[in-house]
Design a protein around this ligand. Sequence first.
Ligand code: HEC
Length: 136
Amino acid sequence: MKKILLSSILLSMSLFAADGYEVYKNKCQVCHVEVMSKDYALKHFNELVAPPMVEVSGRLKENIKTTDEEEDVDRYLFILFVKDYIVNPNLENSMCNTGAIEKFGVMPSLKGKIKEDEKQAVAEWLYDRYENTKFE
Ligand code: HEC
């Protein structure tokens, strides 16, 4: 009986994919603030340790643009970029401006600290969360 219960718990757990917002809160929020106005960010630049997520999302969307009519393609490429960047951050791939990089340094890698499904979930969240929220 116990065995059956345990295996059904394990089964139901694996059916729930990681929740992107939970991943953000556990693994990104210490450095990246979720939402902040541009004005506030400029005034409090010294207190920041990383660009706010709303800015990251917007900048990546501006940069990762194909001529493909389908928005899905850009979203897909955005997700690929984020999944790769968080475990393999580096100066060449960063889309952050030089001033910000000088202040923050390159993001420390989360390799070994984030699971595959968590990477996928947080990358999707990063795209979808800011669909109607701009950094301004
Ligand atoms: C220890 C602090 C820290 C944590 C934790 C952290 N980041 Fe970062 N991240 C940074 C810094 C600093 C930068 C800016 C420098 C750079 O681009 O590497 C950055 C940059 C990024 C960029 C690239 C932005 C660009 O414009 O190129 C992405 C994407 C990103 N972070 C996503 C995440 C996600 C998703 C998580 C959580 C799973 C996360 N970060 C956790 C510090 C952090």
